[in-house]
Design a protein around this ligand. Structure first.
Ligand SMILES: O=C(O)CCC(=O)C(=O)O
Length: 288
């Protein structure tokens, strides 16, 4: 019976042990060299490792950065005007969120005040802003509603929450109004400012039966230079609808005041108007 040992033994006898040893060594070294070559070839084709793979999910969303969001947001809006830049967000907040905000503000209302220009007094500006209101920050709201709304405003505008003033929650009863004005402060009229208002986001908290529209009398340059009476309710009018949002920019991209951002609140004729205003500034705001 032939055995493996016997065959080796046979080979041994023909080639001799040193020759077999050298052959084995040569095969081993050739194998080692070949495998090295192959692995080097493969790695030279590989692209450098990427930190974030660009992966498209089934819903079309992309991989996101550390501060990004996993899915695609849907915050519908309508461009109401380019002059001024004004956007309308239907159903931005839920009816429950609106109710919560009204309930929180109701017991804290005081007559609304005005930033006074040089030479103006509370007496000389009487009648310009006749609503009542209160300031509330998200940190004061234990229900979390203001925080939810604030977060959504930040996502819709891409202005960080830290740039927003506290919410100014306003109530207009019949006949109450806010005469046309600018939200941005003209240093020539108000003196040097530490920071400037860039944009305003209004969240309507109630429907209004009649009147109470937010108006833009100079929309697209109309009524400008015609001696417009600031008390008149004309131009582009936005009807308050519970839960809807309105965003407009007070400044051009170069930081100067957009004159077409003049706006005001028409008097309420029937019903009651509730609105929460968030002014957004070019500087971070102290924790309010
Ligand atoms: O109540 C509105 O519709 C406008 C409010 C407003 O102009 C403001 O708060 O600056």
């Amino acid at each position: 019976m032939k055995s493996r040992g016997k065959r080796i033994g046979g080979l041994n006898s023909k080639l001799g042990l040193p020759t077999i040893f050298i052959l084995c060594l040569l095969f081993f070294l050739a194998g080692l060299f070949g495998s090295n070559l192959l692995s080097q070839d493969g790695s030279s084709d590989r692209s450098p490792p990427r930190l974030l793979e660009s992966v498209e999910e089934e819903d079309g969303s992309m991989s996101h950065g550390e501060t990004g969001e996993p899915g695609i947001a849907s915050i519908p809006f309508q461009v109401l005007s380019w002059k001024p830049r004004a956007l309308h967000f239907p159903n931005f907040a839920t009816p429950e969120q609106c109710e919560n905000i009204i309930q929180m503000a109701k017991s804290k209302l005081k007559p609304s005040s005005l930033a006074l220009r040089k030479g103006e007094t509370a007496e000389s500006t009487k009648g310009i802003r006749t609503s009542t209101g209160t300031f509330m920050s998200a940190s004061e709201d234990t229900t979390g509603t203001l925080e939810e709304v604030e977060q959504k405003i930040a996502r819709a505008t891409m202005f960080p929450r830290s740039h927003g003033e506290a919410f100014n929650i306003l109530r207009y009863e019949i006949g109450q109004r806010y005469v046309s004005h600018y939200d941005a402060f003209n240093p020539a009229e108000y003196g040097t400012q530490k920071s400037q208002r860039i944009a305003s986001f209004l969240l309507y908290l109630s429907d209004v039966e009649e009147g109470g529209e937010t108006m833009f009398p100079y929309e697209n340059g109309s009524n400008m230079g015609t001696g417009y009476d600031y008390e008149k309710c004309i131009g582009l009018k936005v009807k308050p609808r519970k839960g809807d949002g309105l965003l407009f920019y007070s400044l051009y991209l170069n930081g100067t005041i957009d004159k077409t951002s003049l706006h005001g609140s028409c008097p309420v004729i029937k019903g009651e108007k509730w609105v929460a205003t968030k002014w957004i500034r070019d500087q971070e705001q102290d924790d309010d």
